[in-house]
Design a protein around this ligand. Structure first.
Ligand code: HEC
Length: 117
């Protein structure tokens, strides 16, 4: 990765640090769209997953729900090896109080919402 890419992606990581913390009960009420913001996905993938901050961040709005869920889950579990995937994993981890990563059900909600765009 170029230095410029690292700076761009690191900015996404820092932005996510300001995301607010919500209780589990609040989170259960959130729509896929709200969870996309809550879990900081929007900071890199852009509005509706269609306006990424860098060309290394893929557009994910409108993809197949199962594909989004599968890929996001692998990245967040650390099963995808690229440097970009590792950045996404740490950005999402640091966006919350560190003990509140997106659950499988939340990723499914986000994926379903994105697939409708
Ligand atoms: C720090 C920026 C960043 C954040 C925050 C982020 N992503 Fe990503 N995401 C990336 C990058 C970079 C890739 C490309 C990974 C690769 O090339 O291996 C990616 C890849 C993906 C992919 C795979 C797309 C494809 O076609 O291969 C999905 C799905 C995805 N992200 C969903 C999410 C979701 C859902 C969230 C929130 C829980 C999220 N991302 C948060 C940067 C981010």
């Amino acid at each position: 990765m170029s230095n410029r890419t690292i700076v761009t992606l690191a900015a996404g990581v820092m932005l996510t640090a300001f995301a607010s913390v919500a209780s589990a009960a609040d989170r259960a009420q959130m729509s896929g769209e709200q969870l996309f913001t809550f879990h900081s996905c929007v900071n890199c993938h852009g509005a509706q997953g269609m306006d990424p901050v860098s060309r290394l961040v893929p557009k994910i709005g409108g993809l197949d729900a199962a594909e989004i869920q599968d890929k996001a889950t692998k990245i967040l579990k650390g099963e995808t090896d690229s440097e970009e995937a590792k950045l996404m994993k740490s950005a999402v981890a640091y966006s919350q109080a560190c003990d509140a990563p997106p659950s499988a059900a939340e990723i499914e909600k986000i994926a379903e919402w994105l697939s409708t765009l």
